[in-house]
Every structure is written in structure tokens, then in C-alpha cells.
Ligand binder design. Structure first.
Ligand code: IMP
Length: 422
């Protein structure tokens, strides 16, 4: 069986927890795009794990975790995360596989990301400054440096020097100090030696797994609204987040995917700039932020908060053929007397669909809300859907009906075990 899990909003839906839970029986857990701009949080027995690059399935015993070709790798972060899991006693030579086709985040990518953001001034996009845009730009313009080159050291050094020379000219034009290649070579050399036993042709691994009908879990990062093609460009990330990104980023044909899970947080959050139609600026937003600990796992920035935007989520479902929904963080809404959901938008008094909006339209439109009475009970220990407060059940049922997709999981606390299977 092949399952895909993707975020259906602006990220931080709680995918990490859902993936960790599903990964229990998986043979392979695969990341196929993005880099350490992602942040997943998994809570096991009260202990919180936050990581960025290695797939969330790593905390389960059974699966081998794979960083497939679509992922971009920052050597410092990979080494840091590997050290954490090795300290926990994991044998990463058996547990982790890395594609030689992964592109490397080089020091100039991070510098360029920050330099562009600073130069944009008040129009800054709010990137994570992890070098994501610049590394993917180099990838598509044939200027990338991959793990493949890293393992062919003289080639790596040659490419690094060539690229650094050009990038340094751009950095100097931005008024930023040029990077010194020799300062970084030891870091990359160390990475090369460390990961060599883990670098394998992932295409062959996946083909074999598909043939043997193994259980493959594909872990999406970020979310549909941040997709480079279908998100609110330029307030997007650089990778292909949607279902089609699986084929590009792993080589696994989309047709082979059996289940496509959309993770829907019971409200909306967003880090970074760009329009957010249902954004709240009042005490409700502050309360949700504090209660839901809505601060970026990667950057620590406070997240912007809004009501659930079903119009946007519906677009995500259609775009990626989402056929199962996991609702997360619904417990955070406990205690609100009224809960709102955006069911469509109006622009100049006329109804308009999410797909018709660019960021200019989206920042001007008026969301149309449906209101629901809230519930006050603590629901974090509830184990069955029928035991949830009736108003909570109604909220979930409305989401299901609106999206036309079955809600299969309702997560009621960050803990691994705290999920209701509907
Ligand atoms: P970048 O991916 O660092 O280039 O940032 C581009 C935009 O995507 C910014 O608005 C980031 O805040 C946002 N972003 C990237 N990754 C994530 C994520 O995993 N969760 C939420 N927002 C993200």
C-alpha cells in the first residue's frame, strides 16, 4: 500500500504527528520535497521531538526512512539530526537512506535568501532564510551541487568553487560579505564521509518495494497553499507540494498511490507574509496561538491565526485528489462560545472561488462565514467520535460534508496515542 500525507492549508497542520502514527506499520517513510524549512513536531510519552529534515517516521521501530531526490539538504542540519538519533541508539546505516540526487544547500544559498529578503524591505516574503528559494533556483538552472558530487570529492570542490565565485559577486552587490569556500570544505567533507553508507539509488528501492507490495508512507512537508505553482505566488515555497510532487520528488508514480490524506487543522495558521483571508487580529487569535503553541518550529516566529478556510481546503482536496481527511488540533477550539468557518469569498459583492484568486484578489476579498456554537469540555482524553461534545461532532461533520471527503482521524492532543479513528 502507498499512502501520501499532505498539508491542506498553509503548513503546520500537525502532519508530523499523523505521519508518526501511521508510520508504525510502514516499511518505508519517504520525504520527497522541501528541506529544513519544514518543521515537524512529534510527542511520544510526553517527550517532544522537533526536527526538520529527517522523515517523522524515524521515531517508529519498523520503517526505513528515505530522503528522496526532491529534498534539499543542509549539511549542518542533517548532521545535527543524525547525531540526535544516533544518541538515542539508532543505527542510521540501517535506518536512513539518502538519494544521491538530492541537492545540497550551500552557504551562499542561505546568504542569498537573507540578502533578497532584506533587499525586499517592506515587501519581504517572510521566508525561513534557510536558502530554500536559491537552492531550488540553482537546481532548475543547472547550477546545483548534489550529494552525487559530494561523493565525488574533486568534482564537488570544483563545482563549489565555481559557484561560490559567481554567487560572491552577487552577495557583494547586495553589500554582504563573500563566503570563503575553504571555511566550509571540512564541513562538507565530514558530511560526505558520514553519509556515504546511507546514499543509495532510491529509485531501485522504491521499484522493489512497489513490486513486493510493501507499505510506503510518503510524508509531505509544508502545505498546498505554499506550493510553488498553485500557492499564492510569490508567498510560496520553492518545491512541489501537491500530489504531483511525489512523482517528481521520489520517482514513485502518482498512479500507484492508494490513499491521499489531507491534514486539516481545525483553524488556520500561517508563518510569513502574504494574504490570509480569514486572519484574526483579536483576543481569539491570541488565545488560539498560546493554547495551540502556534510558534514556528523552524524559526520560532509567532504564527498568524485565522478561522478555518474551507474554500481554500476544498481547492487543496481537488488539486491533490485528497480522499481522506485527518483533522488536527480541534481540542484548541474548546472553550470558544462560537466558531466560524469560511465557506466562500466575495470580491466586489460577487462570489469568487479560491482558484480564481491571485494574491492581489485574495488580500481584498471578504470571507463568507458559517458560525457554529462551540463546546467547553476538555476533549483531549476522548477516544471515540460519539463521545465528543455534540457541537464538536457537528463541526467535524460539516467539514466532511463541505469537502466531500471522509474524515478518518480526529486528533485531540499532541500525544501520539491521542487520535480518534472515525
Ligand atoms: P521558504 O520555504 O523558506 O522559502 O519560505 C517561503 C514561505 O513558506 C514562507 O512564508 C515560509 O514561512 C513558508 N514555509 C515554508 N515552509 C513552511 C512550513 O513547513 N510550515 C509553514 N510555513 C512554511
Amino acid at each position: 500500500m502507498i499512502q501520501l500525507v499532505i498539508g491542506s492549508q498553509w503548513g503546520d497542520e500537525g502532519k508530523g504527528k499523523i505521519v508518526d502514527m501511521m508510520a508504525r506499520n510502514a516499511d518505508l517513510v519517504v520525504r520527497f520535497h522541501g528541506g529544513n524549512n519544514a518543521g515537524h513536531t512529534v510527542v511520544v510519552n510526553g517527550k517532544k521531538f522537533a526536527f526538520h529534515l529527517i522523515p517523522s517516521g524515524i521515531l517508529q521501530k519498523k520503517p526505513i526512512v528515505v530522503i528522496a531526490n526532491g529534498v534539499v539538504i543542509d549539511p549542518d542540519i542533517l548532521m545535527e539530526e543524525m547525531a540526535i538519533f544516533e544518541k538515542m541508539g539508532m543505527n542510521l546505516k540501517k535506518k536512513l537512506v539518502i538519494s544521491p540526487r538530492c541537492h545540497l544547500i550551500m552557504p551562499y544559498h542561505k546568504e542569498l535568501d537573507a540578502a533578497y529578503e532584506n533587499a525586499r524591505g517592506k515587501n519581504k516574503l517572510g521566508t525561513t532564510k534557510r536558502g530554500i528559494g536559491p537552492v531550488y533556483a540553482d537546481k532548475v538552472s543547472y547550477n546545483g551541487v548534489r550529494i552525487y558530487e559530494l561523493l565525488n570529492w574533486p568534482l564537488f570542490v570544483e563545482k563549489f568553487k565555481f559557484q561560490a565565485e559567481i554567487k560572491n559577486k552577487i552577495l557583494v552587490a547586495f553589500g554582504v560579505s563573500p563566503i570563503k569556500v575553504e571555511n566550509y570544505l571540512p564541513i562538507y567533507k565530514k558530511l560526505a564521509e558520514k553519509i556515504k553508507p546511507m546514499v543509495r539509488d532510491t529509485f531501485a528501492i522504491f521499484q522493489k518495494a512497489i513490486k513486493q507490495e510493501k507499505y510506503i508512507l510518503l510524508e509531505g512537508a509544508h502545505a498546498v497553499m505554499l506550493d510553488n505553482n498553485f500557492g499564492l505566488y510569490p508567498f510560496v515555497t520553492a518545491s512541489n507540494v501537491i500530489e504531483g510532487g511525489v512523482n517528481i520528488g521520489s520517482g514513485i508514480p502518482s498512479k500507484k498511490i492508494d490513499e491521499i490524506w489531507g491534514v486539516v487543522k481545525a483553524y488556520t495558521s500561517r508563518v510569513g507574509g502574504g494574504p490570509l483571508p480569514t486572519e484574526l487580529f483579536d483576543k481569539i487569535a491570541d488565545d488560539i496561538r498560546e493554547k495551540g503553541y502556534e510558534y514556528g518550529t523552524t524559526t520560532g516566529r509567532p504564527r498568524r491565526i485565522g478561522w478555518l478556510d474551507l474554500s481554500a481546503v476544498k481547492f487543496a482536496c481537488l488539486l491533490s485528489s485528497i480522499n481522506r481527511i485527518a483533522i488536527t488540533k480541534i481540542d484548541i477550539l474548546s472553550g470558544l462560545s462560537q466558531i466560524k468557518v469560511c465557506v466562500n469569498y466575495k470580491l466586489n459583492g460577487k462570489k469568487i472561488e479560491f482558484s480564481q484568486c491571485g494574491y492581489l484578489e485574495l488580500s481584498k476579498l471578504t470571507p463568507v462565514y458559517k458560525s457554529f456554537p462551540g463546546w467547553s469540555e476538555d476533549i483531549s482524553k476522548i477516544k471515540s467520535f460519539k463521545k465528543l461534545p455534540i457541537n464538536c461532532q457537528k463541526y467535524v461533520k460539516f467539514i466532511e460534508k463541505y469537502l466531500g471527503v471522509k474524515v478518518k482521524i480526529v486528533s485531540v492532543s499532541p500525544e501520539r496515542e491521542a487520535s480518534i479513528f472515525v
